[in-house]
Design a protein around this ligand. Structure first.
Ligand code: HEC
Ligand code: HEC
Length: 366
């Protein structure tokens, strides 16, 4: 059941049996960048078990896999040896502008004691699930989504989402109803979190993130030309060799400051380059359904796109994860309890529609 501002919709969806008993609890997502492994020279550091998650996605739902979806939305894993060189941890404390905290490089990547550069940007106290997780079972949410819940392009923002929506997504991840259409996306790291967290910890984390006030962290720029980019840590970064290229039919989302984003600085946002004219075209689809060609998104996501009841907000959120969700609804890889409401709206959307829609949505104030 899904409550929309007082109206209750009963959503009938075939419940699929959990298909993959081989999805094992994971403690430490592997080398591919979402969570750089917390290696350190400090001997006192506890060693937590590691479980290889690399095959989970492939095993999970082959029928929905579409490896050819746009790589700007499904940024691939950095090829071996092609990542930005990481400065080895020499035990020195690192700092980011505006914060009086200091963390070593190893501490910055520790999912069991997540760096919290700006405690003033979120409510306090922060639940354990967010900053510490449970060693051996799941890492703290803040490692990937940041303690502010702003998230990064390879995951998704979760601040200001309705508690009921967050809890439903956990149900869907737990019951193998939410996967990615493209193998080995970062989404595989969320599944063990949902499977291993206790109901109490889940509720605390959901209530916490729903209370973090979203602030604008995406700067949308319409342009014909973008910096050349390459995948790094599952997000696009400007190529160190420089150069530009035509934007084409893409959204190119890069950190405002790569070094600070690598330090998990939660005060740094992203710039999203979008094609010229896309915001206006997106507005037409979102507000009017392109005059009836498709469903108008505002009907369910609210007149200001800030959500309605348990239906999630879309305004101002990062464009690449939003596009990924639209494709995952389209392919059926995301088929949670309430996903059937999205199947009609996304069915006729073209690649260009999706670029225009997310350009417009990301440009809105949160
Ligand atoms: C290891 C990284 C990682 C950790 C730790 C993690 N998540 Fe996630 N989370 C992800 C990724 C990746 C996605 C999926 C993005 C996508 O669909 O492409 C996700 C998706 C979600 C979603 C769905 C949001 C939406 O708008 O649909 C919610 C809610 C969520 N996470 C909450 C949490 C909470 C709460 C915790 C801590 C208890 C947590 N996550 C821990 C990586 C992580
Ligand atoms: C009939 C109601 C309805 C309409 C119309 C609708 N949506 Fe949704 N949308 C939903 C529901 C319900 C969810 C949550 C689905 C779930 O729980 O899996 C959702 C989820 C989403 C998400 C995922 C958000 C997240 O945090 O993961 C995106 C993106 C989205 N919708 C975009 C759109 C766009 C773009 C349109 C218009 C083309 C649209 N929606 C029209 C009901 C609707």
């Amino acid at each position: 059941m899904l409550a929309i501002a007082g109206i209750t919709l009963t959503v009938v969806v075939g419940v699929r049996a959990a298909q993959n008993p081989t999805l094992v609890p994971a403690a430490q997502p592997t080398a591919q960048g979402t969570t750089p492994s917390p290696q350190t020279t400090q001997p006192a550091r506890p060693q937590y078990p590691r479980i290889d998650t690399s095959k989970m996605q492939l095993e999970a739902e082959p029928e929905h896999q579409k490896p050819d979806l746009p790589s700007w939305a499904y940024t691939p894993v950095t090829p071996p040896g092609k990542g930005r060189p990481r400065t080895p941890d020499d035990g020195a404390l690192q700092h980011v502008p505006g914060s009086d905290k200091g963390y070593t490089r190893a501490q910055i990547g520790n999912g069991y004691n997540v760096p919290d550069w700006f405690p003033n940007l979120h409510p306090n106290p922060v639940p354990d699930a967010v900053l510490h997780g449970k060693p051996g079972l799941y890492q703290g949410c803040g490692l990937c989504h940041l303690p502010t819940g702003f998230g990064r392009p390879e995951n998704i923002s979760i601040n200001g989402l309705p508690v009921g929506y967050i809890m439903q997504q956990f149900e869907d991840f737990k019951n193998d109803r939410r996967h990615s259409s493209v193998p080995n996306m970062a989404l595989i790291t969320m599944i063990p979190v949902a499977k291993n967290i206790s109901p109490e910890e889940e509720k605390e984390a959901a209530e916490y993130f729903s209370k973090v006030k979203p602030t604008k962290y995406i700067r949308v720029v319409e342009t014909d030309t973008v910096p050349k980019t390459r995948p790094n840590s599952r997000m696009l970064v400007p190529d160190e060799d420089g150069g530009t290229e035509p934007i084409g039919n893409r959204v190119i989302e890069v950190p405002e400051n790569v070094e600070l984003v690598e330090m998990r600085d939660s005060a740094v946002g992203f710039v999203a380059y979008v094609p010229k004219g896309s915001i206006k075209k997106g507005e037409n689809i979102v507000q009017t359904g392109d005059h009836g060609r498709v469903a108008a998104c505002v009907i369910c996501h609210g007149p200001t796109l800030k959500g309605l009841g348990d239906i999630p907000p879309l305004a101002g959120r990062s464009p690449s994860p939003m596009a990924r969700q639209i494709y995952d609804f389209k392919t059926g890889a995301r088929h949670g309890t309430n996903a059937s409401l999205m199947q009609g709206p996304v069915e006729k959307l073209t690649d260009t529609d999706i670029v225009n829609i997310v350009a417009y949505l990301a440009s809105l104030d949160q």
